[in-house]
Design a protein around this ligand. Structure first.
Ligand code: PMP
Length: 409
């Protein structure tokens, strides 16, 4: 196995400089950088195998189909799905959640039913359910958190006999924490509801086994795990997929089309209308193979080590506060923080002047910001290529923020 600590050497973008500094990229929760293996895989595909998958008998159509379908196999292996037909390739987590909401949600919910989510959800896993609730007459209910980011006592009891859908982030993109995943899924199933896991911030960072988790749907994005943008995954248990109507209509998702009616292709093709993002699929497969060289458990352990390195040091800087738990063991590689009297956008701009890239804003989780009365924060997020030296540069830059803004202490 290759050592994760050396992985940064695989990423050409990390060689670049910005404002006279070595670039320190700490915004991997937004999107990750791309290693040489993935860049090379795409280049080879574009130079040798580019064609339209599933369309045509010529060599390039056949090779493009093979490339696309072997990406599906790689995803199946990566998350340990029972069958390859349970893997639907989409554009991203957002599209995957929309697919579930519009195809499953609109057809299975009615007035009086409940959808239960947490207050920490990304808008992709929230606005979608607002629409389903508004359209079907179902109600959308939230499970709330305490100050340290844990579900408050009794909140899980909201999953009751009226509940049809329980949907939540496997790892929160703001708090960097996991909810009691097994318990939530168990509770959902105990009342006959389905459980949807938003794996955008988990699949890139830890081993996923959808059969062991027993979630009904699991969704994630390629661009947060070293693949290119515009390729994502929706895993769904086969019997659910079989019963769901298609979401998008057009080429490839059909069996027979007559003037007034159409029969649909089988799963997963029923959900993949139009020319797919085969280029993205090539990068997703290459990214999975790249990550597997290091091993997901090793990647997870490495990131945990980085968190326990940086979090206490960050908290020791005067005027710095962290959202959610301050316990390193509870956080994955995502830390949202505030600096007293300084707007998060100013924090990010000052850090940028040191070559340090972090995110600032509401992180697409406005209801969480409103709930905690913290409308915006700064966020560092790490990945396989993050080094302790990067975190030292980040910490030094954070120390300069208040002095730069003219504060004396
Ligand atoms: N859910 C979570 C938890 C996320 O972190 C993100 C990305 N910030 C999304 C959903 C949406 O991902 P995408 O923009 O790739 O669709």
């Amino acid at each position: 196995m290759k050592s994760v600590a050396e992985a940064y050497k695989d990423f050409p973008i990390l060689q670049r400089e910005h404002k006279g500094h070595r670039l320190v990229y700490l915004d991997s929760g937004a999107t990750t950088q791309i290693p040489n293996d993935v860049i090379n895989a795409l280049e080879t595909h574009l130079k040798q195998h580019n064609g339209n998958p599933h369309r045509g008998a010529h060599i390039l159509a056949v090779e493009a189909s093979e490339a696309y379908e072997t990406a599906r196999d790689a995803v199946q292996r990566f998350i340990n799905a029972k069958t390859r037909e349970e893997i639907v390739l989409t554009r991203n987590t957002t599209e995957s959640l929309n697919l579930i909401a519009f195809s499953y949600g609109l057809h299975n919910l009615k007035k009086g039913d409940k959808i239960v989510i947490t207050i920490a959800e990304h808008h992709a896993n929230l606005v979608t359910w607002q629409r389903v609730a508004q359209t079907t007459g179902a109600t959308l209910e939230y499970m709330y958190l305490d100050e340290s980011g844990h579900l408050k006592d009794g909140e899980m009891d909201k999953i009751d006999s009226q509940t049809k859908i329980v949907s939540f982030a496997h790892v929160s993109n703001v708090l960097g924490m996991e909810f009691p995943v097994e318990e939530l899924i168990k509770r959902a199933h105990a009342v006959g509801a389905i459980a949807i896991l938003d794996g955008a911030q988990s699949a890139p960072h830890k081993k996923i086994d959808v059969q062991a988790l027993d979630c009904d749907f699991f969704v994630f994005s390629g661009h947060k795990m070293c693949a290119s943008q515009g390729i994502g995954v929706m895993y769904g248990k086969r019997h659910l997929l079989e019963d769901m109507p298609p979401f998008l209509l057009g080429g490839d998702m059909i069996e027979y089309v007559q003037e007034q009616s159409t029969t649909y292709n089988e799963v997963p093709y029923k959900f993949e209308a139009g020319t797919p993002n085969a280029h993205g699929a090539v990068t997703l497969k290459a990214a999975i193979e790249y990550l597997e060289q290091y091993g997901m458990d090793a990647i997870n352990a490495y990131e945990k080590e980085l968190v326990s390195y940086v979090l206490p040091k960050l908290l020791a800087i005067p005027h710095v506060h962290v959202l959610g738990s301050e316990d390193s063991s509870e956080k994955h590689g995502v830390i949202a923080f505030m600096i007293d009297d300084v707007h998060p956008h100013d924090v990010a701009t000052i850090l940028d002047s040191y070559g340090v890239c972090i995110r600032s804003g509401h992180h697409c989780a406005q209801p969480l910001g409103a709930y905690y009365n913290v409308p915006a924060s700064s966020r560092l997020s790490m990945y396989i290529y993050t080094r302790k030296e990067d975190l030292d540069i980040f910490l030094e830059a954070v120390k300069q923020v208040r002095p730069t803004m003219g504060f004396k202490d």
